[in-house]
Write a protein that binds this ligand. Structure first.
Ligand code: CA
Length: 226
């Protein structure tokens, strides 16, 4: 797995590179948006860690150009700013996940692992597995051992998002944008659908839980690990 780090704070970029290499990844660094974009478009990377504030071309624009070029490269956006508008802008311009600086190295590694795993798994098989659960794109079926049930389209979309981002905190805002889009829906819809899914998980007697993280959002996890 090859990771591209586009970050102009060289010490941080090198730290990230060392951390990823210790974890078994190959990592390259670029220190500005222009060369970062060129590299990202090369097609040799599995994930890109992209800073927002960059010389030459900023991270939002790099991301926008990547998506305009039809690149599906998973992008983890790093932002020093935590304002809602920036996060919305990041997700809206095609980021897969964002972290606000400063972040825990463990959290970054968990994100990179999630992003490198999700693409091939779903695209090649249409099936995602986590813990005792299997989610199938065809028929929107959620299975646990012998038991299975059918999800509505929205429930499926939400469950897919949770399973692809397993063990990561998803904010209500992030969920809202990815499932309901910019304009429609409100945070109440997210709560309602989370409760639908919780009921279904309990009906399936799954050991997987959607945990509420206070003031942050939701995290899909295996009960035994919590
Ligand atoms: Ca920067």
């Amino acid at each position: 797995m090859r990771v591209l780090i586009v970050e102009d704070e060289k010490r941080l970029a090198e730290t990230l590179k060392d951390m990823l290499e210790m974890d078994g990844y190959t990592a390259d660094t670029r220190y500005d948006g222009e060369s970062g974009l060129d590299e990202a478009l090369s097609g040799i990377y599995d994930v890109c860690i992209l800073d927002v504030m960059l010389p030459k071309i900023d991270g939002f624009t790099v991301l926008k150009r990547l998506r305009e070029a039809k690149s599906g490269l998973p992008v983890l956006l790093l932002t020093a700013r935590s304002e809602v508008s920036d996060r919305v802008r990041g997700l809206d311009s095609g980021a897969d996940y964002y972290l606000t600086k400063p972040f825990e190295p463990k959290e970054l590694l968990a994100c990179v692992r999630a992003l490198t795993r999700r693409q091939p798994e779903l695209r090649e098989t249409g099936v995602i597995e986590y813990g005792d659960l299997t989610l199938e794109k065809s028929g929107f079926a959620l299975r646990c051992g012998e038991r299975s049930l059918r999800l509505s389209k929205k429930e499926y979309d939400l469950m897919e998002l949770l399973m692809l981002n397993r063990e990561l905190v998803l904010t209500k805002e992030n969920i809202l944008l990815k499932i309901w889009g910019y304009e429609s829906g409100d945070e109440n819809s997210v709560e309602v659908y989370i409760s639908f899914l919780r009921r279904k998980l309990s009906h399936l007697r799954s050991a997987v839980r959607i945990r509420t993280i206070r003031m942050a959002g939701y995290r899909l996890e295996k009960a035994a690990e919590s």
